[in-house]
Design a protein around this ligand. Structure first.
Ligand SMILES: Cc1ncc(COP(=O)(O)O)c(C=O)c1O
Length: 432
């Protein structure tokens, strides 16, 4: 039977939606979703292991979030949260401050996308320090605007988009599995932190405003830096008065088993950027910083039309309440470590898996065609993703080499669903 609705939607995508920048759009038409399940237009359910790129952490269409947004929509959808005061923006700014790693970080600027908030953070870092340069990490990803691509360490994302901002230098990523340095993970972390110092001293003019990094590199392939890394880097930065912009866009909101991933590292950044999971699917982003840094902006320096939209802020507030009530970050830690153990068991019996890694429910399975040589196997990652889809599971693929399967389900996923998904992954790896 020809699925007419699906073929019409796919046909319209082909004709009217810009998708030339994608290898392919996944061949399903999603109609509705709840919790960790999405349904296509034929009514077939899929277990969602990707959360719309790590967004719906509290689950799809979370009733409390939807209710809060709907109630707000009936009262006020937009007024511009910078020209006029509104209660949802004020309340959510206060709530967001409460999840920061220090009470000093309590002033937020709101945008609509991760990239917009990163751009704002870069701008305020320049204004505050009076300096213009940045140090970022190779294999990082910070967004698709000109400024955020300038600090993104991935040629595949940047090609034909230049010239980029001058004054950006890149340090090696704290990626123990693939590193120019040798030794155990802690030693590699130390050497990578020393490399940040070297890059500042040799690759910049010394006019560095900020070091920007993701506490867990998401698009780079779920790279989890060794535990001492950020403390060692922060010491280097503090000696030079360089700010640390922590990009929690993907790793934040319980994804790694703590509200913010930087909590694993015991470091207080100068600016924290959040988006994605912030409002369970409603568009919102923020950078949050100390008052004196935020106050470096002078009248006219910054604004956003949709940033801090009352509906998104009402949704975000309800989302945070759900996190607190259901201790979703703790659940992410528990489910993630059980899943990691099972995945490591699967990796032990399979030469096609180079490494399994992750924190909480931010999990990566790196596929290789030669375990000794660590040859990245992007083709197999694509095939496993396709096979998983056929079996009724949505997984992500990423990594600098395109060879990392990404498991980042809604944090509310049922243990049985997660276990069944790992069984399915085992089967899909066999089939490929
Ligand atoms: C770590 C990180 N920073 C920034 C961004 C950009 O966010 P957005 O796509 O909302 O602009 C992303 C998106 O994937 C991300 O993963």
């Amino acid at each position: 039977m020809i699925d007419t609705a699906k073929s019409m939607t796919v046909e319209k995508y082909k004709r009217f939606v810009s998708t030339g920048f994608l290898k392919k759009v996944q061949p399903i038409v999603i109609d509705r979703a709840l919790g960790a399940t999405v349904w296509d237009e034929t009514g077939r359910p899929y277990v969602d292991l990707f959360s719309g790129i790590s967004v719906v952490n509290a689950g799809h269409c979370r009733p409390e979030v939807i209710e809060a947004a709907a109630a707000q929509m009936r009262k006020l959808v937009h007024c511009n949260s910078y020209i006029y005061h509104n209660k949802p923006a004020a309340d959510f700014a206060e709530a967001l401050a409460s999840i920061m790693p220090s009470p000093d970080l309590h002033v937020s600027f709101f945008g609509s996308s991760g990239a917009e908030a990163i751009e704002g953070a870069m701008r305020v870092a320049k204004q505050f320090t009076g300096r213009s340069e940045f140090v970022a990490l190779e294999m990082s990803f910070h967004g698709r605007t000109a400024g955020t691509l300038s600090v993104t360490g991935n040629r595949n994302r940047k090609k034909k988009g230049g010239p980029y901002l001058p004054g950006v230098a890149f340090a090696p990523p704290p990626y123990a599995y693939r590193s120019p340095f040798s030794g155990d993970a802690d030693s590699i972390g130390r050497q990578c932190a020393q490399a940040v110092e070297r890059v500042i001293d040799t690759g910049t003019s010394g006019d560095v405003a900020a070091f920007i990094a993701e506490p867990v590199l998401g698009e780079g392939g779920i790279i989890v830096p060794p535990r001492g890394y950020f403390k060692q880097v922060k010491e280097v930065l503090d000696k030079r008065g360089i700010l640390f912009i922590c990009d929690e866009v993907q790793s934040g909101f319980g994804r790694t088993g703590t509200m913010l991933a930087i909590e694993h590292y015991g470091v207080v950044p100068d600016i924290v950027v959040t988006a994605k999971g912030i409002a369970d699917g409603f568009p919102l982003s923020a950078f949050t910083t100390r008052k004196e840094i935020a106050d470096a902006f002078a009248p006219g320096d910054h604004l956003s039309t949709f940033g801090g939209n009352p509906v998104s802020c009402a949704a975000a507030l309800a989302n945070l309440e759900v996190f607190r009530k259901e201790r979703l970050a703790d659940g992410s830690a528990r489910k993630g470590s059980a899943a990691l153990e099972r995945l490591r068991g699967i990796a032990a019996k399979r030469a096609s898996i180079g490494e399994v890694r992750g924190l909480g429910l931010m999990l990566g399975v790196e596929l290789v065609s030669d375990r000794e040589a660590k040859t990245p196997d992007a083709a197999s990652a694509g095939k496993v993703q396709d096979r998983m889809l056929e079996m009724g599971y949505l997984v992500g693929v990423g990594g600098y080499h395109g060879n990392v399967l990404r498991l980042q389900p809604p944090l509310v996923i049922a243990d049985e669903d997660l276990n069944r998904a790992i069984d399915a992954l085992d089967e899909a790896l066999d089939a490929v």
